[in-house]
Design a protein around this ligand. Structure first.
Ligand code: SAH
Ligand code: SF4
Ligand code: F3S
Length: 456
């Protein structure tokens, strides 16, 4: 009798930062070797993975509520005699693995961000009804055993070059969930970049929790820094754009600032989280830089690359923040004038040093009111920045279809989302677009001429 080969179905839901997005894609790659194929709905699948984020409050509650929503799918499958594995991965799994094992007995696998390369063994165990918890920090890096094959959608791809963090900002869980800092070798990174380009990738976004602390084995002995990696990646034929994220102001070294003036492919936009504009608060956060140090970095970058634009992360309402400290934060944002910016109300995370601060706790309604004032300022800046693009014709990298019919979505050099009406064949190309309208969070424009010289 002829047997039809059937793929197993995998549903993955991802929260958190771009590192988690990268990790989810890599899990898909590992599991594809075991016959799994990613699908968009949890119905009737063979495996569910929740790749979780622990950065702010209610992280574990979100995971339990999602598990509660998904559990009936598992019950439905099992009542028909089938099997569905449920896994919780990522930073909540790392931090709260034991609680998840206890409170959700229908979860089959719990594992942290540094061990997902062991998925084949873990799946084998879980398939024979042995529950798996794996929150080790292995001595051999996962990068040594990830598959070469990549599932890439679109023309822009993340490439993880550095992981973990040794900075221990007092509010942050990352050093505990991701572990100590680790840099991949230049050889591995360059090989991975070549494989991405072979699949049609035009833009490479170098990733790390602290990407500019990168210090890995160079190509010919010695240690390379991020600036060396940027140079090497931009020299690869087929790479049109390079970005990197996320950086720490303390590690914006001279050589890194210099490459912004030298390498055309390095895009004129930088996400540089600062967290606060008050030196007192920055010190209490253990950020190891001042507000003026940050201003100076921005000024130096604008000097080598005059059209450079910036985004940042700010925490509002950190313990000890007075109205005066908050005004210093507003002033820093005014001085920088951001193209976009994220801001969050401080959220106390158990186990971090700031969770023990007892003095100057900012009442919630005051933190909310300050956050609203800050976000109003940022909205103004963002809208004004977007307005300056009207009438210009920046090159847009089209990476996917838009939500409306015949609509395409792409990114400008400043990482703005740009929507146009256009033929799908433009996906995976960089085309000049005349910007016609600006909104708070996106731009629209018209394609004047296609790269082959045609008009439609
Ligand atoms: N590695 C990056 C960002 C890590 S987390 C850096 O060094 O800046 C992303 C953002 O979440 C942070 O920049 C910070 O603004 C925010 N964040 C982290 N912990 C937080 C907390 N306890 N409360 C509120 N926001 C937090
Ligand atoms: Fe967290 Fe600070 Fe490390 Fe960023 S640098 S990941 S905010 S500890
Ligand atoms: Fe969240 Fe972990 Fe990233 S806590 S922000 S997913 S490193």
């Amino acid at each position: 009798m002829e047997q039809t080969h059937k793929h197993k179905k995998l549903y993955i839901k991802t929260w958190g930062c771009q590192m988690n997005v990268y990790d989810s894609n890599r899990m898909v790659d590992i599991l594809s070797a075991l016959g799994y194929k990613q699908v968009n709905s949890p119905e009737d699948v063979d495996m569910i993975i929740l790749n979780t984020c622990h950065i702010r409050e209610k992280a574990i509650e979100k995971v339990f509520s999602e598990l509660g929503r998904l559990r009936p799918y598992k019950q439905a499958k099992e009542s028909k005699g089938g099997k569905m594995l449920i896994a919780v991965a990522g930073c909540v799994a790392q931090a709260e693995g034991d609680i998840i094992m206890k409170r959700a007995p229908y979860v089959d696998m719990v594992f942290g961000p540094q061990v997902y390369h062991q998925l084949p063994e873990m799946v084998l165990k879980a398939s024979s009804d042995e529950r798996v918890i794996n929150t080790e920090f292995p001595t051999i890096s996962k990068f040594d055993s990830l598959p070469d094959e990549h599932t890439i959608e679109g023309a822009s791809a993340y490439l993880s070059i550095q992981e973990g963090c040794d900075n221990f900002c007092t509010f942050c869980v990352v050093p505990y969930t991701r572990g100590a800092e680790y840099s991949r070798s230049a050889r591995e990174i360059i090989d991975e970049a070549h494989r991405l380009v072979d699949q049609g990738v035009l833009e490479i976004i170098l990733l790390g929790q602290n990407v500019n602390t990168y210090h890995g084995a160079g190509l010919n002995g010695g240690t390379w820094k991020l600036a060396n990696i940027i140079r090497a990646i931009s020299e690869i034929d087929g790479v049109e754009r390079v970005r990197y994220s996320t950086s720490h102001p303390r590690d914006m070294s001279d050589d890194l600032i210099a490459v912004h003036g030298e390498i055309e492919k390095l895009q004129p936009f930088l996400h540089l989280p600062v967290q606060s504009g008050s030196d007192k608060i920055l010190e209490s956060m253990n950020r190891k830089h001042t507000a003026d140090h940050y201003r100076e970095i921005i000024a130096r970058l604008r000097k080598v690359c005059p059209d450079m634009a910036f985004s940042s992360d700010y925490i509002i309402g950190f313990p000890g923040e007075t109205e005066e400290d908050f005004e210093a934060t507003m002033q820093l944002a005014r001085d920088v004038n951001y193209a976009s910016c994220y801001s969050f109300k401080y959220s106390s995370r158990p186990g971090t040093p700031a969770a023990n601060l007892k003095e100057g706790i900012v009442p919630d309604h005051i933190a909310s009111e300050r956050l609203a004032r800050f976000q109003a300022l940022i909205n103004e800046q963002q809208t004004a920045f977007n307005q300056t693009c009207i009438g210009r014709t920046p090159p847009i990298l089209f990476d996917r279809k838009g939500k409306k019919p015949d609509q395409l979505s792409g990114r400008s050099p400043y990482f703005q989302s740009v929507y146009v009406q256009g033929n799908e064949r433009l996906i995976g190309h960089i085309i000049p677009v005349k910007i016609t309208q600006a909104f708070d969070n996106s731009l629209t424009g018209e394609i004047e001429i296609y790269e082959d010289g045609s008009k439609d």
